[in-house]
Design a protein around this ligand. Sequence first.
Ligand SMILES: Cc1ncc(COP(=O)(O)O)c(C=O)c1O
Length: 375
Amino acid sequence: MSLFNVYPLFDITPIKAKDVYVYDNKNIEYLDLYGGHAVISIGHSHPKYVKNISNQISKLGFYSNSIKNPLQEKLAKQLIAQSNSNGYSLFLCNSGAEANENGLKLASFHTGKKKVLSFKNSFHGRTSAAVAATDNQKIIAPINLQQDVEFIDLGDLIAVEKALQKKDICAVIIECIQGVGGLNESTIEFYQGLETLCKKYKTLLIADEVQSGFGRTGDFFAFQKHQISPDIISMAKGMGNGFPIGGILISDNIKSSKGLLGTTFGGNHLACIASLTVLEVIEQENLLNNAVEMSAYFLEKSKSLSQIKNVKGRGLMLGLEFDFPIAELRKNLIFEHHIFTGSAKNPNLLRILPPLTIKKKHINNFFNALNKELS
Ligand SMILES: Cc1ncc(COP(=O)(O)O)c(C=O)c1O
């Protein structure tokens, strides 16, 4: 084995993909209700995406951030307009962890404080501050323990205020809908109360939209349902439809200065073209609407199966909860029915994170397979 062995693998080797389907080296077609972990937004190998990235690489694939890159400007303008984020500016990086890392660092620069408040069951990535703010002891190394992070129950505003009163917290970081943690979401009162408390105690609010952003919930960002305005919004995954790109939207009350943040690859020409194409296709194909409509259809279909105890999440960021562990079911869906789904920290939760282009016929296929497995 020449690879550092960290990933438990399914014995499947995809070699091509189209829209919601993935094909392996034996030419078996799989329905992708996992989206490579919520990454595929506009569908695999979308013709515009293939054409635009191919054109760009034939001209210029990369140059460093020491020159002007009009594609970054174009992406910032388009993203801010389409996501209704007036009053924010964009910093580009390469992944979700990096986006959160930069967000937390910026909050610390801005406030001069160093402690972080996070929530139980959260996942924010595997870099230094991001992993320290992640509620999973197994992936936190001794070196990460130098970060000072307090974890609070999602929804507990009293505990939030008690922590903020000490006035040493630079940022509260939150996934409005928890991804890996199992699709938990609190109430509008909680999110609005959190925003008010952050303002009161001069702490920055960071919305981690790495998984839920770019239309996955049917809103451009999941926090928008709660009508709040975080100071920093982190994103990645669906932003590039598989091309590695991440970023943070930063509220105008946070000032920039030369050299404050930086990266070699972040915002490169190819990444910008990938994300600009994602934005274009989301708009032209009305994918936010499709996410809402397909979600409603999915919920309706799920009522026909009494074994489903609960449906969690919003839009196309969904989880089906059973009263038994889903590992075997998930394996059978893959190997017997050729359907990819996801797991979560909660062993009874089957996660559904399809491309936003999914149609009713694909949902029907899934429920037919589920029916067969459960009967
Ligand atoms: C909510 C959330 N934040 C951050 C990350 C980390 O993103 P990446 O794996 O791109 O570093 C993830 C990844 O699953 C995520 O779901």
